[in-house]
Write a protein that binds this ligand. Sequence first.
Ligand code: ARG
Length: 459
Amino acid sequence: MTKLWGGRFDGKNEAWVDEFGASIPFDQLLAHQDIAGSLAHVKMLGKTGILTAAEATTIADGLKAVAEKITSGEYQFTIENEDVHLNIESFLHEEIGPVAGKLHTARSRNDQVATDMHLYLKEVLQDVVTKIAALRTVLVKKASDNIETIMPGYTHLQHAQPISFAHHLLAYYGMLTRDQERFTENLKRADISPLGCAALAGTTFPIDREFSAAELGFSAIYQNSLDGVSDRDFILEFLSNASILMMHLSRFCEEIILWCSHEFKFVQLTDTFSTGSSIMPQKKNPDMAELIRGKAGRTYGNLLGLLTVMKGLPLAYNKDLQEDKEGMFDSAHTILSSLEIMAGMVASMTVNVQHMAESTEKDFSNATELADYLAAKGMPFRQAHEIVGKLVLSCTQQGSYLQDVPLTQYQEISPLITADIYEALQSRTAVKRRHTLGGTGFDQVALQVEKAQQELGSH
Ligand code: ARG
C-alpha cells in the first residue's frame, strides 16, 4: 500500500519498519479526539475561505461517518497506516474520495497529535478531579463516624500517643486535597491549543487559530509554534501528579494492609476487596490494597520514562515524542481505577472500634501525659521526661503500666502528683485534651470534619 507520505520514496517499507514505527496499536485510543480536532480544523478552513464551504461540509460529514464506522467496527485500523491520524485520513479517503486530501491543508501531524493529547488529557484530568473529590467525601464520612474512635498514633511504627481514628483519616484527606489542587492546576496547561502550529513554523495559509481553539473548548493557544509542537510539560506534570497521588494511596494501602493483619486487627475489608489463597483455606488477602501499593511503581516508571525521553530532544518534533503516549494512558488508567477501588474499599471497611481503643491501654502511649502533667505543675519538662523515662523502665521490668503504679509510689516520685493522675493517663483523656489547632482533640477533629464538609460542599 502507498503511504500517505510516500511521494519522495521509491522503495517500499519493510514490514518490520511499519511494525516498529507504528503507534496505531496504542494511539487508536485517541480516535475520538483526533476526529474532534479534524472537525474543528476543517470548520476553520471553511470559515477562512481556505476551502470552499462545500468542501468543508463534505469533509466534516465524511469525518462523522468515519467516526460512526470506527465505533461500529466497520473500519479497522491497520499497521500499514502507522498511526491514528493516517488511519483516519485513509478512512476519510474511502468515504469521500480525493477531496479528503484537502483536510490536511495548513496542518501537520505534529500539531495534530499534540492537539489530540491535550484534548485527551483535559478529559482525564476532569475525571481524576471528580474521582479524588469522591474519595475525599468517603474519607470525611468515615471520619465523621469515627471522631471518638481511639487508635494508637505511631512514629517509627511504635505506639507514640493515642489519637482519634478520624484524625488519622483526615490526614489522607489533606493529602488528597493537595492532589486535587495539583490536577486542577494541571488542567490550565492542558487547556492550551497547539492546533495551527503546523509542522513547526506556522503556515502560509490565513488560518484562524483562535477559532479552532474555541471550537475545541480550549481557553488559550500556544504563543510560539515551536513550543506548541514540542511541549510535553503538561503530560510530565500529569505523570508527576499521578505519581504523588499514587504515593499517597500506596501509603494508605500499606496501613490498611497492616490494619487487616492478625497482629493489628484494626479493620476488616469486605469480601469484594479481598481474595483467597489456592492452598491455605483460611486466607483472606487484601489484594486490592496490595495492588494499588504495587501500581504506584508503574506510575513512577512512566514519569521517569518520559522525563528521560525529553531530556535530549532538540526542537521541534522528533519521533521520540511518540513514546509519550503509552505511559500517559497507563497512568491515567491506573489512577482512575485505583481511586475508584480505594473509595469503595474505605467506604465498606469495618472498623474494630473496641480493639483499636484497647490497643492503647496496654502500652506506654500515655507517657507524654505524665511528663506533661508534671511540666504543667511547674517541673522543667526535661526533668519530667527523665523521671517518666525511669518509671517506664521499671514498669517494663515488672510487666506493669503507668496506670498500675500506686499513688503512694507516684507521690514518692514527686509530690506534684495527685489522684487525678489516673484520669490524665486514660487514652481518651489524652486525646480529648489536645485542643490545639489541627490537633487530635475531639473538638478539633470535629472542626476539621466540618471544614472538610464545607470544602466538599462548595466544590
Ligand atoms: N504518531 C506520531 C506521534 O505519535 C504522530 C506525529 C508524527 N509526526 C511526524 N512528523 N512523523 O508522535
